[in-house]
Design a protein around this ligand. Structure first.
Ligand SMILES: Cc1cc2nc3c(=O)[nH]c(=O)nc-3n(C[C@H](O)[C@H](O)[C@H](O)COP(=O)(O)OP(=O)(O)OC[C@H]3O[C@@H](n4cnc5c(N)ncnc54)[C@H](O)[C@@H]3O)c2cc1C
Length: 475
């Protein structure tokens, strides 16, 4: 019997699992996919929002501002790349300058520090590539950027290092709610737990329905992106937003923590599984980017992708115990700024909600620091040589674009939570995320997966069953 079972291995489930692991509890994570971080948390803008956007008094506003303040330390402990690059909401008319004033006021009421309205000259000084049509901006000094999948994987890995159990390929399909919860997967596995936390993202409505909770509905809204090569990473230093309208925030231009330039996302109602990119969507991203800046280097596109937002009919986060059953906690409708809010949501769920149902005592062995807290490619030659002396596999480059070594790939295949497929290795190491998008390194990565897992290469998949990359040997 587990004390707490968390359903959904995204950034929210991961942060809650990690927080739970700091207490003396028997805990588990149930994830439908063959790996963690396969939902919204793997494909988003990676922005640590300052917190001026959400309406005053909402949970979005509260957890955004708290999460933003927690993120630098949270990322440092987990060895995750984070940068406080600041953000700019750009105005293109006097009317939009008035909206910026309102945004600033709202931000101050939400508790955001360091907001400043700047004029055209200062804006051009900060961002030389900005369009001459831009007239001013709201500068948010606390805005930042982070790698969303690194954050999710590291939170879950750290929780596992502190005793949490992970069940992948566990699609919660049936729940018997009595004195405790019997949770069944679609493929016949069963887990029993005193408390359940529903963090299933786009699957959270279905999971709540399993206990007879029909209090919310979840819809899908796709966002398409374009990613530019690292050569173009310096094009913008801040995250550049358009002034929001009734239709939303529109697209952004932002550097990423890995030095790329990101353009997007669009916003279209779709089915949750629809992560297709479209010609119309990507063209609209390019058109808007060219409105924001002059000379956007779109010749340097290396890939496009889409993520689907799981938005809720309540238009705010729902973070509360279900009215239907004590001990069943919904953490749903966590759309943007969910990534930013994750550490703060986790503290609230564990310390304010779960603590009312179960006694929490500190885990004396908890270690919140995840090793290694360095990125091999960012080390000095001397530091690299030290590591290679101990383990020569760090001296063999597998991904030439991102300069990822065999040692890092083997680590991704053996460290909690272990990667099992090519996309899992990619999210953990960046092998295949560079200019050639895996064209060169994929066979080497596949070979390493087969060797480390002791399977033949035809069993290696891109992202789970049905995505095998070779069918067998030809010679
Ligand atoms: C396009 C886009 C851009 C965004 N940009 C930002 C941003 O810049 N900054 C920011 O702060 N936020 C941003 N967000 C929001 C942020 O990504 C989300 O709030 C966050 O990822 C939600 O995490 P989650 O853990 O709730 O959901 P998810 O990451 O979707 O995780 C849910 C998990 O539950 C699993 N699951 C589903 N059903 C079941 C089941 N029945 N049994 C077991 N497991 C199940 C899924 O496989 C999935 O892994 C963006 C979102 C999108 C889509």
């Amino acid at each position: 019997m587990f004390d707490v079972a968390v359903i959904g291995g995204g950034v929210i489930g991961g942060a809650i699992l990690r927080k739970l692991s700091s207490y003396n509890l028997k805990i588990c994570l149930l994830e439908k996919g063959n790996d963690v971080c396969v939902g919204q948390s793997k494909a988003n803008s990676g922005i640590v929002h300052a917190g001026f956007d959400a309406s005053v008094g909402t949970l979005k506003a509260k957890f955004n501002v708290l999460g933003n303040a927690m993120m630098p330390k949270y990322a440092r402990e987990l060895g995750v790349k984070y940068e406080n690059n600041g953000s700019l909401v750009v105005a293109f008319s006097d009317e939009e300058m008035i909206t910026l004033g309102e945004l600033k006021e709202r931000g101050i009421r939400n508790g955001v520090q360091g907001l400043e309205i700047i004029d055209q000259a200062k804006l051009r000084e900060l961002e030389p590539n900005i369009s001459p049509n831009a007239v001013g901006a709201l500068l948010a000094k606390t805005g930042g950027i982070i790698c969303p999948y690194e954050l999710t994987i590291a939170s879950i890995g750290n929780a596992m290092d502190n005793g949490a159990t992970l069940f992948t390929n566990f699609e919660v399909d049936k729940i018997n709610a009595g004195d405790s919860f019997e949770i069944y997967s679609a493929n016949g596995q069963k887990v029993q737990s005193k408390i359940v936390v529903n963090c299933a993202g786009y699957g959270s409505q279905k999971v709540a329905n399993l206990i007879g909770d029909y209090s919310f509905t979840i819809g899908g809204r796709r966002g398409e992106y374009i990613l530019l090569d690292r050569e173009s990473g310096g094009f913008a230093k801040h995250t550049l937003f358009f002034t929001p309208t009734k239709k939303g925030k529109g697209i952004l231009i932002s550097p990423t923590v890995d030095g790329n330039l990101l353009l997007g996302p669009t916003a279209d109602e779709v089915d949750f599984n629809n992560t297709d990119t479209t010609q119309i969507g990507l063209q609209s991203v390019i058109d808007k980017a060219n409105e924001m800046c002059v000379g956007v280097p779109t010749y340097n596109v290396i890939t496009s992708f889409a993520g689907v937002r799981a938005y809720c009919d309540k238009h705010d986060f729902i973070i509360e115990e279900s009215n239907v059953k004590n001990g069943f906690i919904n953490c749903v409708g966590i759309e943007s700024p969910g990534l930013t809010s994750a550490p703060a949501i986790a503290e609230y769920v564990v310390d304010e909600i779960i603590s009312k149902r179960i006694t929490l005592t500190k885990n004396p062995n908890f270690n919140g620091v995840r090793k290694p807290d360095y990125f091999f490619s960012k080390l000095t030659v001397e530091e690299k040589n030290e590591i290679i002396k101990k383990d020569p596999s760090y001296g063999r480059i597998v991904c030439r674009c991102e300069r990822i070594t065999e040692g890092e790939i083997v680590r991704a295949l053996t460290q909690n939570p272990r990667a099992t497929d090519i996309d899992g290795v990619k999210r953990r190491t960046r092998a295949g995320m560079g200019r050639c998008q895996g064209g060169f390194c994929q066979p080497y990565v596949a070979d390493l997966i087969a060797k480390v897992n002791g399977v033949t290469i035809d069993k290696v998949t891109k992202n789970g069953k049905g995505s095998e990359i070779v069918v067998g040997e030809t010679k």
